[in-house]
Design a protein around this ligand. Sequence first.
Ligand SMILES: C[S@@+](CC[C@H](N)C(=O)[O-])C[C@H]1O[C@@H](n2cnc3c(N)ncnc32)[C@H](O)[C@@H]1O
Length: 286
Amino acid sequence: MDYKYNSAMKGEKERLIRQSDGYYEFDMSAINQVTDTFDRTVCVLDLGCSDGRLTFSRFASEKIKKVIGIDYNERDIEEANEIAATYGDKFKFYRLDIESVDFISRLKKIFVENGIEKVDIVFSALVLHHLRAPEKLLKNLHEVFSRDGKIIIRGSDDGGKLCYPKTELLEDILRKYEKAITVSDRSNGRKLYTRLFDSEYRNIRILYAITDTCGKDLSQREHFFDVGFGFRLNTIDALIRSDPQNEQLKKEREWFERALSELRRAFCEPDFWYCNTSYIAIAEVE
Ligand SMILES: C[S@@+](CC[C@H](N)C(=O)[O-])C[C@H]1O[C@@H](n2cnc3c(N)ncnc32)[C@H](O)[C@@H]1O
């Protein structure tokens, strides 16, 4: 199947905005921990920055001297650069595929253009699981770090999702999705530590954000559903568009439509409990 993640997918932009808002404090706890280790202003590289909304919201502080955002989605990069103009020269966004063979050499040219020698912080949220070879990228990145550079990676993991009742329904959805819809690695969170270690990063720390539906109103419960599950049917639709003869996938879609509607209804019940763990890895270059 020839499928690439695209934030232009139906409803995805809105979902990314809600998701980014929800992770603000978690991201900032990691970013502040890391920026505090530098006694100088720093340069940041945001990989898979989409339209830059998350980038602006996380890296506007005075401690950050320069931010380069990279994404392969052209429209997103255009939008990001339009907003960047209001920040002077601080933010610059470029369209690049971070898995392309010449990624690092093109990145180095971008650094020269921006008067940067190296970056101090590489940040990347919810991107590694879309890549074919994340470790290759992690290893190649060593070339662009300053000597005391740090990396911050936010991942997710379907194994960190629990609910009751409807436990089996949730498990069926997650298992079937992993098996049938193999466009991204839905269990990337558990791999962060090992991936970074094997790619020669050290002093690795994992931060955890655990969120649940306790005490949440209806719109907050719907938010949980949308962030964790809202994209799945749209992903299947995008897959069907790229492979219209795939009858098996169309059958799977029917099953997912029913199962996801049932789960959505459950999220709206006041006695339904759902809990999700998210992961951020922080590490140093050796
Ligand atoms: C789930 S979105 C996350 C966006 C943003 N970091 C956030 O957390 O809101 C994944 C982003 O990675 C980008 N992406 C995925 N694979 C990429 C690649 N090989 N090169 C560049 N960008 C990529 C997508 O275009 C998309 O904007």
